[in-house]
Design a protein around this ligand. Structure first.
Ligand SMILES: *Cc1c(COP(=O)(O)O)cnc(C)c1O
Length: 367
């Protein structure tokens, strides 16, 4: 049997007639930069997040960048963040001229450890930037309290966590602003690149709207240096089609995650924990073991697609060498980078495929 790590063609096949019709409507309208379909999607996505404002961006990275631009950060400012994430979390900080300050993660959830965040706060700290990694909410009670106590902004990287909740409230609504990604492999994916900035403050939302469009509120008048970060007009309609499925897809991911947990019970693999109060959306299903590389090679050979998220923590990336971190500085993140393995999880994954994945894992440990 062959179990791909991710099966985007299967997802597209199921939606193909609706996607064709939606994209054809946009072609006929000829609105290719933002436009009515993007505006409709922005309204629907804001409602989905139970947030007052959502703005369509051309990527999650650019949405996160503008989130930090709204804080007027610059050289000398620090943002406390996680080293165990996709690099784009840190790009958003670096693009403003501020410095990412990495603190270690919680071993059970792989998300930011609030106690370590507290220790890293200095007079230069301006913001805390957590990631809801793998689609699982961070410890938001603790992070919101820390931000409040120290007068810091909280910016959520919710790129993997569309619809995840904390104490019943959608993530992306706990801070000043949040960035979501619609990269095709995310739980909600565009037919290309895409992202959204979610905010509650109307004034900040208007400023973000201007920054997205060359810093202009009125065409050819530029109040501040902006970007061309608009969502493509042709992405709005397919995102709208997929958003209608997202709740059902999330339920399917939760079912698959529960089933993995049952089927893997008794194996030497360590599973991720959810934070108390969090209800995740299982963007990834990650298991841990010290013999991760051997297990990955074995599964590759047996036709099971697996992936590493993430093999090198950001404090040890070459691009951040000048920050001066060394191996051993953030040991929990470094161990996670060595031990984490992502198993296939997507709504189209069949029970038979899932059983095959687990059977191969059991064979590996029996040998
Ligand atoms: C995907 C992702 C991003 C970046 O999103 P793009 O749409 O690819 O630019 C940022 N942060 C995290 C945690 C991600 O997984």
């Amino acid at each position: 049997m062959n179990v791909p790590y991710f099966d985007l063609p299967a997802q597209i096949r199921a939606l193909r007639p609706e996607l064709d019709a939606a994209i054809a409507r946009t072609l006929d309208q000829g609105s290719f930069c933002l436009g009515p379909d993007v505006a409709a999607f922005e309204r629907d996505f804001a409602a989905y997040c139970r947030a007052p404002h959502a703005l369509g961006f051309n990527s999650g990275t650019s949405a996160l960048h503008v989130a930090l631009r709204l804080l007027d950060l610059g050289p000398g400012d620090e943002v406390v963040t996680t080293p165990f994430t996709f690099v784009a979390t840190s790009w958003a900080i670096s693009y403003t001229g501020a410095k990412p300050v990495y603190v270690d993660i919680d071993d059970a959830t792989c998300n930011l450890d609030p106690a370590k965040v507290q220790q890293a706060i200095t007079t230069r700290t301006k913001a805390i930037m957590p990631v809801h990694l793998y689609g699982q909410s961070c410890d938001l009670d603790a992070l919101v309290a820390l931000a409040k106590k120290h007068g810091l902004a909280l910016v959520e990287d919710a790129a993997q966590a569309h619809g995840a909740t904390y104490r019943g409230r959608p993530v992306g609504t706990f801070g000043v602003a949040a960035g979501f990604s619609f990269y095709p492999g995310k739980n909600l994916g565009a037919c290309g690149e895409g992202g959204a900035l979610v905010l509650s403050d109307a004034t900040l939302s208007e400023r973000a709207r201007a920054l997205r469009e060359h810093g202009s509120r009125q065409r050819y008048y530029h109040d501040e240096i902006g970007y061309n970060y608009r969502m493509e007009g042709i992405q709005g309609a397919p995102l709208g089609v997929k958003l209608k499925r997202l709740s059902a897809w999330t339920e399917a991911r939760r079912r698959i995650a529960r089933r993995y947990a049952e089927l893997l019970r008794g194996t030497p693999l360590k599973l991720q924990s959810e934070v108390a109060g969090g209800e995740g959306v299982w963007h990834l299903f990650v298991v841990r073991h010290p013999r991760r590389d051997e297990l990955k090679a074995f599964l590759d050979q047996r036709g099971v697609g697996v992936a590493l998220h993430y093999p090198v923590p950001l404090h040890l990336q070459k691009c951040y060498a000048d920050l001066g971190y060394n191996a051993g500085d953030l040991p929990v993140a470094e161990a996670a980078a060595r031990e984490c393995l992502s198993l296939p999880i997507y709504p189209e994954l069949s029970e038979a495929q899932q059983e095959y994945v687990v059977a191969q894992i059991k064979e590996f440990f029996a040998a």
